[in-house]
Design a protein around this ligand. Structure first.
Ligand code: IVH
Length: 627
């Protein structure tokens, strides 16, 4: 039904509704965000790290209000502030803080956040109002995004807040939709019938907004401090990052009495948690080489307990960082965990430095292949330029090529790749398609069965669509989603070779840096040879549009997929359906043509298909249909 709605809205844009569920999947491209004025200025809060200052704040409040007042304590979400305007219960616009007076209109991206209602529940909301909150990314999603960024040679985000901010500014809202942003709301602006903040939160929750249920009404500053201490202990267990507690006077009338300074309300304050820090011994610094040749220095530490986990290693980022900290092996260093998940070294305890420690010298040569390192103008990282001879780079590129989101060659994981590279059977990714059975059988741990399986998996990978091949070949800064965008924009690798830098920047999500990276990749002689070899083996280097090619085998047929399959992942099967002109639908209905059923599928879809007399087919039967 969603797909039908998407296509109806494309044909009849005049009837598309602002609260349509199609907005959740994104698709709108914003090359530049419009700057708009806030209806209510977006102020900040005064901050403190000290309990004494918090008591001073309470004294000021008491002086103005007398004895009779309450506070509401809330978590201080570490994300990106957002203001959402609703008119007649429908989300109209979403604006970032900007300079507090004007911000960016990021409505299309914000509409993909499923916990933000496009249409409100109930009826007792004002005709027009604004609600503010914080867009966040939970710790797990943050780690996933960073792992992906490291893989394609991009600098990881320092903390979940930066990654939420980066995501919110993506041009393509369909990518935002996949990043799983979330949003907690905490402040209402407009004319309301209720008279206190905690009532406001209750109503907002009833209208469908996500309100954290960790807020608490406190009768006095001692209760506030108790709340602060409780969450200092528990905050590590939260799925998202917080950097403190916000304390607000509850009664709206009393808030007005207290008023504002030029920058912030006098009725609220933020208590910020100090980053948790411990001292430990720096045992050594090792240097890792990534698949793009980037060198990352890593500190090995005497294991130490910090914020609930044992920390043994800390990232040192780059040479400048080491220089700035003046680190020496044998030093006692301070390790901190703030909003960031990966611990970092913030300083050295000089009073504990033993005599005779040598200043750490950054390596000049690759620890793996001994090639002199280079550092490009304006870049923070050192690189090993020996792309073709440096083992972790060769292996890293092959591991990336065979990985699930790329060519998905099962049986060719990092250990087997190590074995094959060490035995000179693999030098680059194109060699994968020239592996010989008899050579493989010579290797330890490789029996007849596993060799057969491996060769079959390699053969099957030839059907992987162009967009994934483009991701697999490992162009710096080109992740799976950007690869998809580029593939769909240019249709073939050949067109990419013909594109100018300006042409490349026309594709969604492609700015100067990515364009430059793609341009130099496709014009590099070695890469040209590798691509030619891959093309010879039959890999797909263009979008398979069966409609144009005339082999539209599944045209007009709709499929529902259920269960687990042995030869292809569900995603691959979906792609095969689409590239052959068929349609994927999520639920079985009278209009469904086939139910493609694997193992362990739930009985409900099977029963329904049976009842509606829909043909149920196996993976093999399906593959026969498109052979
Ligand atoms: S209330 C007039 N409540 O922290 C300001 N802000 O450092 C009203 N924040 O600007 C803001 N969690 O972006 C409020 N529970 C919370 C919050 C919160 C995070 C952010 C917000 C604010 C900043 C102040």
């Amino acid at each position: 039904m969603l797909e039908e709605l998407i296509s109806l809205e494309k044909s009849y844009p005049q009837f598309a509704q602002p609260d349509s569920p199609t907005q959740r999947v994104g698709g709108q491209i914003t090359k530049e965000f419009e700057t708009v004025e806030h209806t209510y200025p977006m102020m900040s809060l005064s901050n403190t790290y000290s309990e004494a200052e918090l008591r001073d704040f309470d004294e000021r409040v008491q002086k103005a209000l007398g004895e009779n007042y309450q506070y509401v304590c809330e978590l201080k979400f570490d994300g990106v502030a957002i203001g959402l305007t609703y008119k007649d219960g429908i989300l109209q616009r979403a604006v970032t803080r900007g300079d507090g007076v004007r911000g960016d209109n990021v409505t299309a991206n914000v509409k993909t956040i499923r916990t933000i209602p496009l249409k409100l529940k109930g009826k007792d909301y004002p005709e027009e109002f604004e609600i503010r909150g914080e867009i966040i990314l939970d710790k797990k999603s943050f780690e996933r995004i960073n792992a992906e960024r490291i893989d394609i040679g991009e600098t990881p985000f320092a903390n979940p807040r930066n990654s939420a901010a980066g995501t919110l500014k993506l041009q393509d809202s369909s990518i935002v939709a996949r990043r799983k942003l979330d949003c907690y709301l905490y402040a209402l602006y407009g004319n309301f019938e209720f008279s206190s903040h905690n009532e406001a939160l209750k109503h907002a929750a009833e209208w469908g907004f996500k309100i954290s249920d960790h807020y608490r009404v406190c009768k006095n500053i001692d209760e506030v401090l108790k709340y602060i201490h409780e969450w200092d202990e528990k905050r590590e267990q939260l799925e998202f990052a917080i950097d403190g507690i916000v304390i607000k006077v509850n009664d709206f009338g009393q808030q007005s009495e207290l008023g504002f300074t030029a920058k912030s309300p006098r009725w609220a304050i933020a208590y910020k948690y100090k980053a948790q820090s411990v001292a430990t011994l720096l045992k050594s610094v090792v240097y890792q080489v990534g698949r793009t040749g980037a060198i990352t220095p890593v500190a090995n530490l005497e294991p130490v307990l910090l914020a609930g986990t044992v920390v043994k290693r800390a990232s040192l980022h780059n040479a400048d960082q080491i220089e700035k900290l003046d680190l020496r092996v044998g030093d006692t260093v301070f390790v901190e965990k703030g909003g960031e998940i990966i611990p970092k070294i913030t300083g050295v305890d000089l009073s504990k430095r033993p005599a005779g420690l040598h200043k750490l010298k950054y390596i000049t040569h690759c620890p793996e292949c001994n090639t002199a390192l280079i550092r490009r103008e304006g870049e923070a990282l050192h690189y090993c330029p020996n792309e073709d001879g440096c083992p972790p780079q060769i292996k890293g590129r092959i591991v990336h090529f065979t990985s699930r989101k790329a060519m998905n060659i099962e049986g060719l994981g990092s250990e087997t790749i190590d074995l094959l590279v060490n035995n000179q059977l693999l030098h680059d990714v194109a060699d994968i398609y020239h592996l010989q059975k008899e050579n493989l059988l010579q290797l330890e741990r490789m029996g007849e069965k596993s060799v057969n399986n491996l060769l079959e998996a390699i053969e099957m990978s030839k059907a992987v669509p162009f967009e994934r091949v483009l991701f697999a070949i490992g162009i710096r800064f080109v992740g799976d989603t950007v690869a998809k965008k580029i593939a769909r924009h240019f249709n073939s690798y050949h067109n990419l070779e013909l594109a100018t830098l300006e042409d490349l920047q026309q594709a969604p999500e492609v700015g100067e840096i990515i364009a430059q990276s793609v341009y130099s990749f496709v014009h590099d002689n070695k890469n040209k040879k590798m691509i030619a070899r891959l093309a010879d083996t039959g890999l797909k280097l263009e979008i398979e549009n069966k409609k144009q090619a005339g082999g539209n085998k599944l045209a007009g047929l709709s499929f529902v997929i259920t269960g687990v399959f042995s030869k292809h992942s569900r995603e691959e099967l979906k792609e095969l359906i689409e590239t052959n002109g068929g349609k994927n639908v999520s639920g079985v209905s009278a209009k469904t043509n086939y139910l493609l059923a694997g193992d362990d599928c739930g009985p409900s879809k099977l029963e329904k298909a049976d009842k509606l007399k829909i043909k149920i087919i196996s993976e093999d039967e399906f593959l026969n249909m498109i052979q």
